[in-house]
Structures are given as C-alpha cells and as structure tokens.
Ligand binder design. Structure first.
Ligand code: PLP
Length: 433
C-alpha cells in the first residue's frame, strides 16, 4: 500500500497547498478551528472501512464488536463532557453533521407542516432553523415545516423576546429553536423555556457554535432548560466534522425522545455511521474534560473580548455592543462600505473571515457586516495582545477598502478630471493650443 504522496501526488499537492494556506493566514472564521493530530489520526484510520447500521448491540452487520465498544465510549464521553447524568440524558453520536442532526430532530418530533420558530438567518440564525424569503422556501426545513422566524430587536441587537412571545402565542409552534450562527450573546434560556411551556412547544438548542464553551462552562448551560440539544463537533469543540443530538430520557409532551430521535437518525435519514468520525469525536470529548480545554475556552472568550474592546476603541459599531462568547459581529454600514468588499481585501492580506448580514440589511448578497471569531487563532496560542493587534490589522483593511471603493467608483478620477479641465489648471491653455 502506498502513501498518498506516491499514490496520488496531485491530491497530495492540493492538500499541501491548503495546509500552507491554513497556517499562513489569520483564521478568524467563527465556525472553524484546528483539530488535534490525535483526532486526525483517528479520522484517518481503518474505522472508515466498517459498516455498522444500527446502534451498539443492535447492528445490521457482523464484525462490530470493536465499533460497538467505540460508540459506547464516545456516548459516555459525550455525556461526561457536558456534565450530564446518564439516567436523565441520552445522546446519538451518529449524525453526519449539524444540518442533518437538526433535520433528524424535526423528523423525530414533528409531522410534515407542523409549525416551528427559529432565529431568522439575516438576524444570525442558521439555514437549517427554517430560513425562507418572501419568494422562496430556501431551507428544506422551511419546505417540509411551516416556519415563522423570530428576530432581534434592531435597537439593541438582542433577541426580541417580547415579540417572540407575542408571535408564539398566535402562531403556536410545536418547536422553538434557540441557537445561532452569528449571535454574540447568550440566549435567555429561562425566558425561552417559559415561552415554550406557555404554548406547549418543545424547546431545542442548537449549540453548534458554542459547544466548546458550554462544555467548559464559560457560557450559560442550555441543558438546564432545553428538551433537546444538537451540535456540530468541529467548531469551538475542536473535534472532527460531525454532529450529535442530546435528548432527555423522560418523555416530553408524551413523546419518547430517545426512540424517536434514534429512529430518525437510522433508518429515518442516515445509513451507516461514519465510524472514523466517531473515533475522532471520542478523542475530542476526552480532551474536552481536561483542565487545558477549560483554560483554552476561557482564553477564547477573553481574546474575543479584547478584540471587541479594540474595535470599539477604533470607532466600530458592534451588533449588541460587544460579545459574551467567541464571536463579534461588526456593522460596517456607518462607514459606507459592506462586508463583501472587506472580506475580499482581507483575504488578499491573508486574513480569513466572512461577510455577514447584520440586522436591518437590505441585501443578503452584499451584507453590511463581518463576523470575526476567536477559536482557531486561540488554538494557535494567541492571547489578548495578539487579538488586539488583529483588530488593528482589520482596521487597516477596512481603511484600504474605503479608499479602494472611492477609487473604483470613479469619483476620484472624476474630481481629478474636473480639475484638469478647469481654468485653474496651469497646463490647460498649452494643451488646447
Ligand atoms: N447549526 C449552526 C448554529 C451552525 O452555525 C451550523 C453551521 O455553521 C450548522 C448548524 C450546520 O452545520 P453543518 O455545516 O455541519 O451542517
């Protein structure tokens, strides 16, 4: 058997280029991280060869004694990493990623066309929480279920819980979803629980972005209030790409969540689990219980605060005014520029982040903000000092964008031409002679 360099130099070369790009840039995409060598070793192992449809002890294929051992270990570590009592909570570690995990929950507890409420995408929510536009049901979630997104209060940048409560009272959703892709604050879980109880809805948290912070107890704990918690495993948690679904073991609203969710994962929506990912996840979840992991997550939050502080000093407007977690959302509209241009200029300077819509945006294609996250560079050892310097780099990029936009719009050249054709311009006579 040949190594990759020998067997396929073309793919090897692409991987090498990507590796260099990752290490030579400032990686500030809030949903990305650098997983460990140990996780990558497990993900690149023989576990990828095995079929194991079903759950430990109940498989549809032979030869699964070690895969069973692995999946049980992964489940135990998942519950321990999030401080959960095995008698009260269960977990399915097979979801292939975050979006499938969410759809598996909907499949488990909803009927087609049941009503759901999640945070609207232009206000920080995720596609899979039911995004739709007035013209189109964009996400599969909004195709199969009736979605009525809730939004932020644009004056504070915080979830408008009063409006959510009013809308929920009228709309009477069967499921309310907490969680976001671009929300720099904690959710008010007690308030969400109250609203869900008042209308008889399930309460789910998609903690994909903040699961590392939850494991380290540096943000509020969604498990205290929610019935179901989903997550990706590759963001702040720093594991392999994958997903998990945690569920209460006692029935909720008359539904046995354990069997409904396990059946929705398989045979409902998936076939064979990705055992190599489950192997990598088990490694990650062991590390997530260590003192170093807690220190890392504390640093993620401190770094993000240092970044936010410096940006505010430089005069930037942050959605909600700051951050409780690992990301900040900068509103660039007061500067007359958009997030798309800034993303492009910073990309050229090896600073990787993403354009993001901010509350009140008119266009999703040219959004007015950028999202900046601290998990990846914190993994690379950055502290508050380096994140303050990052804010200065971003500021430089923004200044260049403002200049470049002026130049590209032609207004600078128009001003110049007006001047050279005016009587004040000394060469005008000579030229016309
Ligand atoms: N949920 C949230 C809150 C997310 O931010 C994301 C991805 O960014 C997902 C779900 C989807 O995860 P995946 O891309 O793994 O499907």
């Amino acid at each position: 058997d040949h190594g990759l360099g020998e067997a396929d130099p073309e793919v090897r070369a692409i991987i090498n280029k990507e590796k260099e790009r990752q290490f030579k840039s400032l990686e500030l995409i809030a949903s990305e991280n650098f997983t460990s060598r140990a996780v990558m070793e497990a993900v690149g192992s023989c576990l990828t060869n095995k079929y194991s449809e079903g759950l430990p002890g109940k498989r549809y294929y032979g030869g699964n004694e070690y895969i069973d051992e692995l999946e049980i270990l992964c489940q135990k570590r998942a519950l321990a990493a999030f401080h959960l009592d095995e008698n009260k909570w269960g977990v399915n570690v097979q979801p292939l990623s975050g979006s499938p995990a969410n759809f598996e929950v909907y499949t488990a507890i909803l009927n087609p066309h049941d009503r759901i409420m999640g945070l609207d995408l232009p206000h920080g929510g995720h596609l899979s929480h039911g995004f739709m536009t007035p013209k189109r049901r964009v996400s599969g979630t909004s195709i199969y279920f009736e979605s009525m997104p809730y939004r932020l209060d644009e004056s504070t940048g915080l979830v408008d819980y009063d409006m959510l409560e009013k809308t929920a009272t009228l709309f009477r959703p069967k499921l309310i979803i907490c969680g976001a892709s671009a929300y720099p604050r904690d959710f008010d879980y007690p308030r969400m629980r109250k609203i869900a109880d008042a209308v008889g809805a399930f309460l789910m948290m998609d903690m994909a972005h903040i699961s590392g912070l939850v494991a380290a107890s540096v943000v509020a704990d969604p498990f205290e209030y929610c019935d179901i918690v989903t997550t990706t495993t590759h963001k702040s948690l720093r594991g392999p790409r994958g997903g998990m679904i945690f569920f209460k073991k006692d029935p909720v609203l008359g539904v046995d969540l354990e069997s409904a969710i396990n059946n929705a994962v398989f045979p409902g929506l998936q076939g064979g689990p990705h055992n190599h990912t489950i192997g990598g996840l088990a490694v990650c979840l062991q590390h997530a219980q260590s003192p170093e992991f807690k220190a890392y997550q504390n640093q993620v939050v401190s770094n993000c605060r240092a970044l936010a502080r410096r940006l505010v000093e430089l005069g930037y407007t942050l959605v909600s005014g700051g951050s409780d977690n690992h990301l900040v959302l900068v509103d660039l509209r007061p500067l007359g520029i958009d997030g798309a241009r800034v993303e492009k200029i910073l990309d050229m300077a090896s600073i990787t982040l993403n354009k993001n819509s901010v509350p009140g945006d008119k266009s999703a294609l040219v959004p007015g903000g950028i999202r900046i996250g601290s998990p990846a560079m914190t993994t690379r050892g950055f502290t508050e000092k380096e994140f303050t310097a990052i804010a200065d780099f971003i500021h430089e990029g923004v200044q260049i964008t403002i200049e470049a936009k002026g130049l590209a719009s032609g207004s600078k050249v128009q001003e110049f031409l007006k001047f050279v054709s005016s009587p004040d311009f000394p060469l005008t006579d000579k030229v016309s002679n």
